[in-house]
Design a protein around this ligand. Structure first.
Ligand SMILES: Cc1ncc(COP(=O)(O)O)c(C=O)c1O
Ligand SMILES: [Zn+2]
Length: 395
């Protein structure tokens, strides 16, 4: 059994998420040229490590180093991301009759969201590959995270963000020394501008699932859920879904932990993707509804205003395999949810986090979720950055 965390990654190769074609992990990749789909990282599971080896390790996501793709720890770019707490929502559970209701509070990560995990991993790999400049289209939180981690790595960052994103998200990028472009549109339009910047400058494009490693950082949420819940997974996980890497990452971690022999394959949680009624691509595909992506609009949950997810096929597979579902809630519900959770539990939840609370209540009413199940919510970000979206609405 190995005890020292250093250059001990068990990553072996990348593969196309559609056709499994293998790609060399030593080289810098974006997405798969064979099928135009995301690339996923594969590992060797023989004699990797035992879960007991985790005892005493650092309280960050890097405690799972064997199952992360960084080969040389001197390339690690960290601000202390991960090992966020799972907090019981006792007062809400009492009020609504839930036996077990808890939230993993990702708002406590550096730069205030779960994006820190994926970006820490992807920037570390960028350093490992000698990248000097990165660009990203973002709904807000990934831009702040990329700006911060690139600052820490001494890499230039260019951020492309919708003009309607709260000013706090814009300002933090500038404080971290990034170059910021504002686009009149949603993240898909930002993606086009980021592509042009990539062409012009040669910057490496960090767009969601268009490079392989943000997913690897985000999967550590799944490892932590298992470890913090003493290796017994909840019955249901609700996740606010935009590009889908959070949801996909958690599911990938569960699959890997089955191979590691750390959890049983017989009792995996149902994964519920939550969106807003302003922007429902995953919910529409899940319900076989065809909708014009131009009809999607910005929500006060900025991170859920993603008209097209590059990894949509993968998201659908997870919903199916996990026996999960997809559901949308309105901005009005989200506002009420932020107020209810903040005033009941002392957690200033993000609009994305409030969306899943509102979705839970809807799914409980429709009896898709029972009150005696173990329910875990993922609050993906801090509400503090969204004040502009919340306060003027009058509460
Ligand atoms: C707070 C928050 N929650 C959820 C999401 C959606 O994340 P994903 O793209 O991994 O689905 C985002 C994306 O910007 C976000 O900022
Ligand atoms: Zn392929």
């Amino acid at each position: 059994m190995k005890n020292v965390i250093d250059t001990i990654s068990n990553a072996t190769h990348l593969s196309c998420s559609q056709c499994s074609r293998v790609y060399d992990i030593e080289k810098l990749h974006t997405f798969s040229p064979c099928c135009n789909k995301p690339l996923v990282t594969n590992y060797d599971f023989k004699d990797v490590f035992a879960k007991e080896d985790l005892i005493g390790r650092e309280q960050t996501m890097w405690r799972y180093a064997e199952m992360l793709p960084l080969f040389n720890s001197k390339n690690k770019v960290t601000l202390g991301e991960g090992m966020t707490p799972i907090l019981p929502l006792g007062r809400l559970a009492n009020r609504y009759g839930y036996d077990y209701l808890a939230v993993k509070d990702e708002g406590l990560n550096p730069t205030g969201s779960f994006k820190a995990r994926g970006i820490s991993m992807a920037v570390s790999k960028a350093v490992e590959h000698g990248v000097q400049e990165c660009v990203v289209p973002t709904a807000g939180n990934a831009g702040g995270a990329l700006s911060a981690y690139c600052a820490a790595a001494g890499i230039k960052a260019t951020i492309v963000m919708p003009i309607g994103t709260p000013k706090m998200f814009q300002d933090e990028c500038k404080h971290y020394g990034a170059e910021l472009f504002l686009v009149d549109g949603l993240i898909n339009q930002c993606g086009k501008v980021a592509g042009e910047i990539q062409q012009k400058t040669g910057a490496f494009n960090m767009a969601t699932l268009k490079e392989p490693y943000r997913l690897e950082g985000k999967k550590t949420m799944g490892y932590e859920i298992a470890e913090q819940m003493n290796w017994i997974l909840p019955d249901v996980i609700l996740y606010p879904t935009g590009g889908g890497t959070g949801l996909l990452g958690i599911w990938k971690a569960f699959q890997e932990m089955i191979q590691l022999g750390w959890i049983a394959s017989t009792k995996l949680p149902r994964m519920i993707a939550v969106q807003t009624t302003q922007c429902t691509p995953i919910v529409d595909t899940y319900n076989n509804v065809i909708q014009d992506s131009d009809s999607y609009k910005m929500s006060i949950a900025n991170g859920l205003s993603v008209p097209h997810a590059f990894g949509e096929d993968m998201i659908m597979r997870v919903l199916k395999e996990s026996n999960g579902s997809a559901i949308a809630v309105s901005d009005q519900q989200i506002l009420a949810g932020v107020a209810e959770i903040s005033s009941s539990e002392g957690i200033l939840i993000s609009p994305e986090g409030a969306a899943i609370w509102e979705a839970l209540k809807m799914l409980t009413r429709s009896e898709s979720i029972r009150t005696d199940e173990n329910i875990l919510l993922l609050n993906t970000g801090s509400g503090y950055k969204y004040m502009e979206n919340l306060i003027p609405k009058g509460y």
